[in-house]
Write a protein that binds this ligand. Structure first.
Ligand code: ZN
Length: 316
């Protein structure tokens, strides 16, 4: 009996019986920066890889999985352009040059603003002898992508939501405009009732660097409207529907608090309390510090700054 169970477990690791395969992205608290979660789906023409991480180790884990499965990567879907979700695109496509990249066109606005600024900052840190060698390697990797934006751009731009056939597999592709970024792509698979939502949901706290708080809230309403039973966030563990609803409530309460005249500490404490289920001990201090940072830089910034990511970045 035990042998049979073990056999099943071993088989299970290499078969496509699971509705999705998660390669968890780490959120280290040092210079490494986070890797987004990767979700791999089976499709008739090969594997669909949703988000490709930042670090070389994460990209390697995706390639190792494809090799273990003996199937090519036929398509990449990027939930959004943040480099912790897209840097690995180039590594995957070096091994599988035919893989199509499905993503929104928000990268174009990012290149003129956020990523351009990020590159200048990286240059400063690269010139600083105090910057650790590992951090320099990571920065050079990111800079290479910014300098060669075709390594980030979609080959199949997602410009509207709808049913799409990706690598031969039909999926509901959603496009949330002006949410975590100017265009967040998220997937819903009605067959397995799985939602793959990128950084529209991040357990420890919403990464609001390029956020339009109101658009994001609307996107969460759209997610809630679907009958999913499992939701894979951009970072952190898969969620049940009840988990998601708890997180959504915490998000809306944090944004409301940010826009009120409540003491900043009250908003930070509110987030730590409402989202406690999703914040492990290691990240508790980080979640509080980051909540305070997003209050300062987004929710309580000038009206212009708050609206900055609520309109097209390339139109000006
Ligand atoms: Zn992310």
């Amino acid at each position: 009996m035990r042998g049979a169970v073990l056999g099943l477990l071993l088989l299970g690791s290499a078969s496509s019986a699971e509705p999705y395969h998660l390669i968890p992205g780490r959120v280290p608290l040092d210079w490494q920066g986070p890797d987004g979660n990767t979700v791999v789906l089976d499709a008739p023409k090969g594997l669909i890889v949703v988000d490709t991480g930042r670090s070389p180790m994460h990209a390697q884990a995706i390639l190792d999985y494809a090799r273990q499965r003996g199937r090519p990567v036929a398509a990449i879907v990027n939930s959004h352009w943040h480099l912790d979700h897209t840097t690995g695109n180039a590594d995957i496509r070096a091994a599988y040059p035919k893989a199509e990249v499905y993503a929104s066109t928000a990268i174009e606005g990012a290149l003129v603003g956020f990523l351009g600024k990020g590159r200048a900052q990286a240059d400063k840190m690269l010139a600083d002898p105090k910057t650790p060698e590992g951090a320099k390697a990571q920065m050079l990797r990111g800079r290479d992508r910014i300098d060669h934006p075709d390594k980030l751009r979609p080959t199949r731009p997602v410009v509207k939501p709808g049913r799409m056939t990706i690598a031969g597999r039909p999926l509901d592709v959603h496009l949330a405009k002006f949410a975590a970024t100017e265009g967040d792509v998220w997937l819903y698979d009605p067959k397995t009732r799985t939602a793959i939502v990128g950084d529209l949901v991040v357990g420890i706290l919403p990464f609001m660097d390029t956020a339009c708080a109101e658009g994001w809230s609307k996107a969460l309403d759209e997610v809630a409207a679907l009958p999913f039973t499992t939701l894979i966030p951009g970072h952190g563990d898969p969620m049940t529907r009840a988990d998601f609803l708890t997180w959504q409530k915490a998000y809306n309460a944090f944004v409301d608090c940010g826009h009120s005249s409540a003491d900043k500490k009250q908003c930070v404490n509110g987030w730590a309390r409402d989202a406690a289920k999703f914040i492990d001990a290691e990240h508790a201090g980080y979640a509080r510090a980051a909540a305070e940072y997003y209050l300062d830089t987004r929710l309580r910034s000038s009206p212009e700054e708050q609206q900055k990511y609520c309109k097209p970045l390339t139109a000006s």
